[in-house]
Design a binder for this molecule. Sequence first.
Ligand code: NAD
Length: 259
Amino acid sequence: MEAERQVAAWLAEATKVTVLTGAGISTDSGIPDFRGPNGLWTADPGAQRLFTLRDYLTDSQVRIAAWKIRQAHAAWTARPNPGHEAIVELENNGQLRAIITQNIDGMHQLAGNSEDLVIEVHGSLYEVECMSCGALTAMSDTLERVTAGEADPACLRCGGILKARTVSFGQPLEPAVLQAAQAAAQDCQVFLAIGTSLTVQPVASLVDRAAQHGAKIVIINAEPTPYDQKADARLSSPISEVLPRIISSGEATDARSAS
Ligand code: NAD
């Protein structure tokens, strides 16, 4: 609890907080993570092929399986949880510099954070991209085609392979999006890394960038991460319980106006 009080005090004083979120913030909304105890890959390591660009582009069976997963994705029925809602409080308090999210589930926006404060470094499940001509379409339209019987729907404009506009292994991040994330990491007093195993680069190295620019580093994750030694504080309680305790609108406002 002492560590929580310390983090709450840092947050209460901060005017710029950058948040980095991973799949762990959405598990309490019913969306499984990849590497946690109940993660998709923990249960089935072979499932990684579905998220590897080369396999996706060369194997229609991988694409067919990926479309089935997208169709049944928990994000379509999930609701934001108190963890997401606590980050909305940070924005309402005027303290949020940005949310850098590795998640593709749209929960931060659904919770009420402003679109322009959410940096989706690994893309979004809500859009589909043609891997040949680059055409962008709505995921809902493509999933209707899957439901109607097209197991591996092709681009309606050029016949190319369609894929969710999410970043697979072997696929680079969009340079402008990465730059926005780097700028947010180096422009904050507190950097909160929440629900991420910090094993996917280059996103994980944003922790280093924030630390080099003087931010307090707080890691909130049930399991250890490779960056724990660099953290000023580490909290391992469930995210949807701990975030509302350390981010409270009243506390933050009172502390700032008292200082
Ligand atoms: P990860 O699966 O590698 O790690 C999630 C971490 O969160 C684990 O260490 C786990 O112990 C922790 N965790 C899970 N639930 C928690 C809880 N309630 N409280 C505290 N800790 C909890 O996730 P990652 O680091 O985000 O990397 C996975 C990649 O997969 C990302 O790039 C992302 O694009 C993608 N992904 C996204 C979603 C989503 O959009 N919700 C879901 C699965 C995977």
